[in-house]
Design a protein around this ligand. Structure first.
Ligand code: F6P
Length: 534
């Protein structure tokens, strides 16, 4: 582990390189017809176009060299081999095993994990198929027409996003609904139009201790029991967790509890049984296809001989823009309404992984780590925050996501035209000369000038099939780990979220009307009194 990744010779060479290229404007660089081809890579079915980045092919090579110097390839190899890479929890981070070839052999603690991975995936598929086909029915004999998936964080965001993204590839007739927030509004409005007799409730919680999930699960359980009784409950509940006993104690029948191992991190878990909601929507075949798409990207990660690939470079761009250009945020703009939830998933994936300020061995970092990840679908964002992207005082690197198959109509063409126009406007800007030539009045020129040189990465999916969406998820999973490894932090733990959970438990009695603890801070006490109307 290096003391400071940015004091390595490779980082210094990048610094010198940056000084050499910083004066080159994208509007000049993009006159080179060879640039797009030389700066576009593939990742499974994806095309990743880096040609609008700040820099050039040398930059990409130097970022690859920095990754190499920071032992990123070794860390990636350790990760996919099942070594303990999550050092504070003494766990592996083996999400790649979830979509590995079933004849692969990957060991954790001396045991091959693949038989268990395969058995669980097959059991989930058999269960999903039984429900979708009507072979497995509700207590009254009715088909289960709706599945309500209750979970939060990694037990919700990824599966919810992929289910929405693959809308055009849903098969069967089961409606899949996701509930995460403990605000009664979400579960109550979801259950209101449903019939308990034809509804399956799926509880997803790695720990089976997350209070929001357990509170929602308890409410849903009552809703079911009020209709089908305690004896009928077992036909209407399913669980995905590492805490199998807790799930069976809740009333879930053993053949409907699907486990996964503690080396699957929540935000990296959608290719595990946690993705059961996806599978109810796209079917077992679709789920296999999702995992295949992920595997294609996994396989490119450590090609031999190793060379920087799209996932590695995407992760290293976070380093490039945060460390060398001072960017503090990154926008993700999918030009696809079906991918509208991608930014939310990436917020957890990247900010819960890399929003850290100590290295994996506990030393304070002296460099910036994860940028703030945010975004919204295009073209909507153009009417919300693109003004800042074009003329604001803050450099915001943008990941643009395009989908080839969105075509065949005027509206689709309009979407794609806007995608390309925004990428161009960000890069090229608009000079005073351009504006004068267009007859813009002198008074307006300073207001209409656009600096340009605003970088973007354009990631193309061929379509929104499970395999393409899976590849996109894996691309970002690996980019996240790469950035974390390069920053020298542990991308797989999340100690920062624990304290809030504890405080919520401490405050719950007071919120419910009980005594306000003496050691309550003044603002919390005032807020509690506000809630009490006093
Ligand atoms: O946000 C904290 C966290 O632990 C996430 O890492 C996790 O995905 C989420 O809560 C839900 O945890 P569980 O799956 O154990 O309910």
């Amino acid at each position: 582990m290096v003391d400071n990744p940015f004091q390595t010779p490779e980082a210094q060479i990048l610094r010198t390189h940056q000084a050499e290229i910083v004066s080159q404007h994208l509007r000049d660089l993009l006159t080179d017809p060879s640039r797009p081809r030389s700066m576009t890579l593939t990742a499974g079915p994806l095309t990743v176009d880096f040609s609008r980045m700040l820099g050039n092919t040398t930059t990409l090579e130097l970022l690859g060299s920095l990754a190499d110097a920071l032992r990123v390839p070794e860390r990636l190899k350790a990760m996919v081999s099942g070594e303990v890479v999550n050092v504070t929890e003494q766990r592996a981070a083996l999400h790649t095993a979830l979509r590995a070839d079933h004849d692969a052999h990957i060991t954790v603690d001396g045991a091959d994990v693949m038989p268990d991975v395969t058995q669980t995936a097959d059991a989930v598929s058999a269960y999903v198929e039984a429900v979708r086909s009507g072979a497995r029915r509700g207590a009254t004999g009715e088909r289960l027409t709706d599945v309500v998936v209750i979970g939060i964080g990694g037990s919700d965001l990824g599966p919810r996003m992929v289910t929405a993204a693959t809308r055009s590839h849903h098969t069967g007739h089961v409606g899949v609904h996701f509930v995460a927030n403990v605000d009664p509004a979400e579960l109550d409005t979801t259950l209101a139009p449903l019939d308990p007799a034809s509804t399956l409730v799926v509880i997803i919680s790695k720990t089976f201790t997350t209070v929001e999930t357990l509170a929602n699960a308890a409410t849903a359980r009552t809703w079911l029991v009020d209709s089908v009784g305690e004896t009928g409950l077992t036909n209407h509940v399913c669980a995905v967790t590492t805490a199998v006993e807790a799930a069976t104690a809740f009333g879930v029948p053993e053949d409907a509890v699907f486990g996964f191992r503690d080396w699957v991190g929540g935000r990296y878990s959608l290719s595990s049984a946690v993705g059961i909601g996806i599978e109810f929507a796209v079917g077992p075949e679709g789920m296999r296809s999702l995992r295949q798409g992920m595997r294609w990207v996994d396989d490119a990660l450590l090609a031999d001989p190793w060379q920087p690939n799209a996932a590695v470079l995407l992760g290293m761009l976070d380093i490039w823009y945060t460390e060398y250009f001072g960017a503090t945020t990154k926008a993700v703009i999918p030009y696809s309404q079906d991918l509208a939830l991608l930014p939310s998933h990436l917020q957890q994936l990247q900010m819960e992984s890399n929003g850290k300020s100590v290295t994996a061995d506990g030393r304070p970092v002296a460099w910036p780590t994860s940028p703030i990840v945010w975004g919204a679908p295009g073209t909507n964002g153009q009417h919300a925050f693109f003004q800042l992207l074009h003329q604001g005082t803050t450099l915001v690197p943008v990941d643009l996501i395009g989908v080839d198959s969105i075509a065949g109509s005027d509206r689709a063409n309009l979407l794609q035209a806007n995608l390309l126009a925004q990428a161009a406007a960000l890069a090229l800007g608009r000079t005073a000369t351009d504006l004068r030539a267009a007859g813009v009045s002198e008074a307006l020129i300073p207001h209409k000038e656009m600096p340009g040189d605003r970088p973007s990465t354009l990631i193309w999916l061929p379509d929104l099939s499970p395999s393409s969406v899976g590849a996109l998820v894996a691309l970002y999973e690996h980019a996240t780990a790469v950035a974390g490894f390069a920053w020298g932090i542990n991308p797989f733990d999340q100690w920062g979220v624990e304290r809030g959970k504890e405080l919520a438990g401490d405050l719950l009695p007071a919120v419910a009307g009980g005594a306000i603890p003496d050691d309550t801070d003044a603002s919390t006490e005032a807020s509690l009194r506000h809630l009490r109307g006093s």
